[in-house]
Design a protein around this ligand. Sequence first.
Ligand code: GLY
Ligand code: MN
Ligand code: MN
Length: 447
Amino acid sequence: MTIDIDHFRARRARVLDAIAARGGGVAIQPTAPEVLRNRDSEFPYRHDSYFYYLTGFPEPEAVVVLLALGARRESILFCRAKHEEREIWDGYRYGPELARGVFGFDAAHPIEHIDEELPKFLADAPALFYGIGSIPRFDEQVQRWLGAVRALARTGVAAPGALHDLHVILDEMRLVKDDAEIATMRRAASISARAHVRALRACRPGAREYELEAELLHEFRRQGATGPAYTSIVAAGRNACVLHYRAGDAELNDGELCLIDAACELDGYATDLTRTFPVSGRFSGPQRAVYDLVLAAQAAAIERVRPGNSFHAPHEAAVRVLTQGLIDLGLLAGSVDGAIESGAYRQFYMHRTSHWLGMDVHDAGDYREPGAAVDDKGERPWRRLAPGMTLTIEPGLYIRPAPNVPEPLEHIGVRIEDDVLVTPTGREVLTHEAPKRPDDIEALMRG
Ligand code: GLY
Ligand code: MN
Ligand code: MN
């Protein structure tokens, strides 16, 4: 990975401006703690997304502090000191001196000094900007620093009089991706698409779900991705109707569909990709009917992704196409408007069509217009899409046995999910390399 200091510096500068615009203060953002799996074994380390967004610094035990106090603008890193013995066991550490230059900070200190330094920054600062409740153990540390400043009251020093949620500022920024983020997300999407192609090629009746999962993981790592962005779903047959199914040991049977919802994380950015295909390489008639319907709903939803449209518009489009199709298939009765109004379609489509995507698979960002007045239902209007926003488009149908379900349609579960960037003129489907037209899927599986 290349460290592009300028992007991280520019983001810190924007946050400093936002703090200054709110009267100035001190912002604190720690990275994520390491998490024990059992005894002394840790889960693979994953940085905190907010911290990484501001720093690009990959090590645990680090905190970034931003000072916007009068004319003073500084960004300061606290990180682990160099430590010969620990580096023999755990690996390289930058240490403050080197980290300051490489990551473009004004100053850097050993993390051991933070209890001493932080109260000095907070003394007489008008406000603290901090995302309380995000890392509870760190909240206690922040309270201690505030307590240390309050204890000095009689010396004439004041603690910050206001607490602002730093994440409100960062969420707005993270919602609109910059060029560096878009470039990373394009590469991540391409790797995820190639992993799906690999799994599709490896699919044969008699294989197990975990074998396809292994193909996905192989391709993620082979292409330099960190690993999966979320727990991979490889769902054979009826397992596709369990929304949060994980890749298990079920056999992939001739005549069934397989649903794969799996994608990689690359340089801190997630992809989210779902494809559904026939295990034998040929869709049956009923499978094809359901698949074509979901694909048409997805096309209608993707078409609604453009600047100025509401976040809700793609979902509305998908629901309308799906509901009409469910009526045509005989699964629902009555009119389209009636089945939408009553929510009858939710028997087969019970999740939403989109979520924001970025550093986190369900990414930061308000889905409603921030600060907008509520309507007569007490709701703020949905967010207007703007260039640089990235969202998934992922309609599906999950047909569990029920009195209104004919037997040939039972247990069919289909979802088709792509990652879509809003562009100035419309949209770009980042995951376009993963085939989804039935003919293309069948041809690939034959080949
Ligand atoms: N893979 C998680 C999701 O589709 O939202
Ligand atoms: Mn998704
Ligand atoms: Mn997904």
